[in-house]
Design a protein around this ligand. Structure first.
Ligand SMILES: Cc1cc2nc3c(=O)[nH]c(=O)nc-3n(C[C@H](O)[C@H](O)[C@H](O)COP(=O)(O)OP(=O)(O)OC[C@H]3O[C@@H](n4cnc5c(N)ncnc54)[C@H](O)[C@@H]3O)c2cc1C
Length: 404
């Protein structure tokens, strides 16, 4: 089946709306919450309510980070079933506004993507409207996520969770945390399951919030679980430990979330490119798209190169989302999109600071902020190096044991 790389027409209103929101609601408060780290951006409540309204009316499909679902009932024509594509396109627009604020949007957490990817129908219904963060990383485990040591032990009709999670996005603000824990570490990665732990559950404590380089509007929490009991029905998906399937269940979340992180990088990078193009134009440097870069000024040639990098990331992002919508295995493409967009996103935003010189470095413009905000997109949901490792394994047909 061929991929049509033109933006689907039916998403243009959604993308247009997201752009308006980004420009009129996110940009005006962008610097305020960059300065007021850990303060909750209360303006987002109104925005979240608007998105809920749009979703209920059916017009807001994919308006936030949680809009990820593989709709079995949808037709296989790539037209009706376009939730992932709608999500990446609208998220890119929102991140043209502000990545930190997008990550702070109520009910749009990465935990919501995990629920959408792994939960059964009853759980989808029960956790609908819940704002969920996602807690995988631990003090002793980052990239090697199969190595987590937080435990979940069945006790009657409850699981008892013990362990410590760090760097949990929306960890303090979310209504619930999706926690990865092992049922039995000796069974390896197949025993890792995810559990929904509602806020206020005894035994779950937010210990501290991190101070960070960028995305300061987003809270990043350390959470301790001490004999924290959750109903057994809060284990997402199947409780069976299927050693043949291995890690596939939990990893399915990443196939959906990595294109979203790529979209964040694409959006933030485009913000930098758009502003830099304007600033260069005001300084008398215009870019001629009909002439080879080598015949233009160094600044124009650099901008052309950055735009080409951006385009490649954008197309990989579309491809990964399109494949998810069409129920094609997309682990390779999701990692390629995340690796490319994460890397060129950081490169573009920092290069734009360079192109704009002292203006780029000063707080008079948002270029310096975007350079700080974009770096995380090359780190979380699997670092640049880990994405490349996954791509290499897939291309070479090697297992994780064969290529580390
Ligand atoms: C702001 C922020 C928000 C976050 N939000 C969340 C969240 O919501 N939920 C969550 O669970 N986690 C979250 N994280 C954690 C994030 O996913 C981890 O930081 C990331 O997975 C990397 O893990 P690490 O920091 O332990 O680095 P490490 O795994 O220790 O890696 C350190 C360096 O070594 C490289 N490296 C590691 N292994 C290899 C290898 N095999 N080959 C080559 N290079 C390698 C890495 O790429 C990296 O450059 C967040 C982090 C930050 C900073």
């Amino acid at each position: 089946m061929a991929i049509n790389l033109e933006d689907p027409k039916r998403f243009r209103p959604l993308v247009g709306q997201a752009h308006q929101v980004a420009m009129n609601m996110l940009r005006p408060i962008s610097r305020k919450y960059d300065k007021a780290e850990h303060a909750y951006p209360k303006e987002l409540d109104l925005l979240a309510a608007m998105i809920d309204g749009l979703s209920e009316s059916g017009a807001g499909e994919g308006a936030g980070a949680a809009g990820v679902r593989r709709d079995e009932a949808a037709e296989d024509d790539g037209v009706r079933n376009g939730t992932n594509l709608a999500s990446v396109m609208s998220i890119a627009e929102m991140c043209w506004g502000d990545v930190g604020l997008l990550l702070s949007m109520p009910r749009q957490g990465l935990g919501n993507s995990a629920i959408a990817s792994v939960a059964d129908e009853e759980q989808q219904a029960r956790f609908e409207g819940v704002w969920a963060g996602m807690a995988i990383t631990e003090p002793g485990t980052g990239s090697d996520s199969a190595n987590i040591s937080t435990t979940a032990v069945l006790d009657g009709d409850h699981y008892v969770i013990n362990g410590e999670k760090i760097f949990v996005t929306s960890g303090e603000r979310a209504d619930a945390i999706v926690v990865w824990a092992t049922l039995d570490k000796s069974l390896g990665r197949a025993a890792i399951k995810s559990f929904v732990v509602p806020k206020g559950t005894p035994g779950m404590t937010v210990e501290r919030l991190e101070h960070k380089l960028g995305i300061k509007a987003s809270d990043t929490a350390t959470i301790r679980f001490e004999d924290c009991r959750v109903p057994a029905s809060n284990l997402l998906g199947s409780p069976e430990v299927d050693t043949k399937q291995g890690f596939a269940g939990a990893m399915a979340t990443f196939d959906n979330t990595r294109p979203l992180v790529a979209a964040m990088a694409v959006g933030c990078a485009r913000a930098s490119l758009d502003l830099t193009r304007d600033l260069l134009s005001k300084a008398g440097v215009s870019v001629d798209y009909d002439r080879p870069a080598i015949t233009q000024s160094a600044a124009a040639a650099k901008l052309l190169q950055l735009e080409a990098d951006w385009e490649a990331a954008y197309l990989l992002m579309l491809q990964a989302a399109w494949m998810a919508d069409n129920r094609q295995p997309n682990s390779l493409e999701a990692s390629m999109a995340k690796a490319k967009a994460g890397r060129v996103g950081s490169d573009i935003t920092l290069s734009c600071v360079q192109l704009a010189g002292s203006l780029g470095y000063s707080e008079a413009e948002l270029l310096e902020k975007w350079a700080r905000d974009s770096k995380i997109l090359d780190i979380f949901e699997g670092t640049q190096q880990i994405q490349q490792l996954i791509v290499a394994r897939r291309v070479l047909g090697l297992t994780s044991a064969e290529l580390k």
